[in-house]
Design a protein around this ligand. Structure first.
Ligand SMILES: O=C(CO)[C@H](O)[C@H](O)COP(=O)(O)O
Length: 224
């Protein structure tokens, strides 16, 4: 699987989202949109109406990460709106299988996110239901946090479980991903890299995406 970079608009200027999306168009593989509801995480960002507007302004596939209390209620709506990927949190979903199937039925890729303290082993049986696993390397809620390297062994275990399963499940990493940390994530087996501050905090976000991609490609084990 080729390395994919997903800039997080959490670190972008929310008053100029269309322009901010355009700064990485044709360079980034995805646009990562963090939906936070002030219940599942202690921060509030944006919801479905903003995502619907953003979808009209960008050609980059949108990767919605739902950090919300009730993903079972809302996740299918994001897929129906046109998000190409919708990720729900294992800690929040009460009907994960039904919700993941509803995301797929609406035409989007279905993702399952795990907080730093959530064990991947408890979710092995859900691998046939997902297109991507997201391993958080910060506590979700805010951009610009310090990368939690204690999560790297879990990332490697997730890679091993995915390889054992044998399906086409991508492994995404999110939180503190930067030029200093991305190589360790790639070595542990991640193939989709979310970066907020490292992209939108840079003078030239498109160049930052290219540099992150080059670092990840160089560090990706040859088996891909
Ligand atoms: O999900 C998130 C926070 O909960 C963000 O996607 C993530 O933190 C990106 O920001 P940065 O790369 O600056 O850490």
């Amino acid at each position: 699987m080729a390395v994919q970079i997903s800039p997080s608009i959490l670190s972008a200027d929310f008053a100029r989202l269309a322009d901010e999306a355009a700064r990485v168009e044709n360079v980034a593989d995805w646009l990562h949109v963090d939906v936070m509801d002030y219940h599942f995480v202690p921060n509030l960002t944006l919801g479905l109406p903003v995502v619907e507007s953003l979808l009209k302004t960008t050609a980059t596939p949108v990767d919605c990460h739902l950090m919300i209390h009730d993903p079972d209620r809302w996740a299918p709506d994001y897929a129906e709106a046109g998000a190409a990927s919708v990720t729900i949190h294992a800690e929040a979903a009460k009907a994960a299988v039904r919700t993941l199937r509803a995301i797929r039925a609406a035409g989007a890729r279905a993702g399952l996110a795990l907080n730093p303290a959530t064990a991947v082993e408890g979710y092995e049986d859900l691998l046939p239901e997902i297109d991507m696993m997201l391993v958080m390397t910060v506590e979700p809620g805010f951009g610009g946090q310090r990368f939690l390297d204690i999560v790297l062994p879990k990332l490697a275990r997730a890679r091993a479980l995915i390889d054992k399963h044998g399906g086409e499940v991508w492994l995404q990493v999110d939180g503190g991903v930067s030029a200093e940390t991305i190589e360790r994530c790639a070595e542990a087996g991640a193939d989709v890299f979310v970066a907020g501050n490292a992209v939108y905090g840079a003078d030239d976000p498109a160049r930052a995406v290219q540099e992150l991609r080059a670092l990840a490609e160089r560090a990706t084990p040859p088996r891909w």
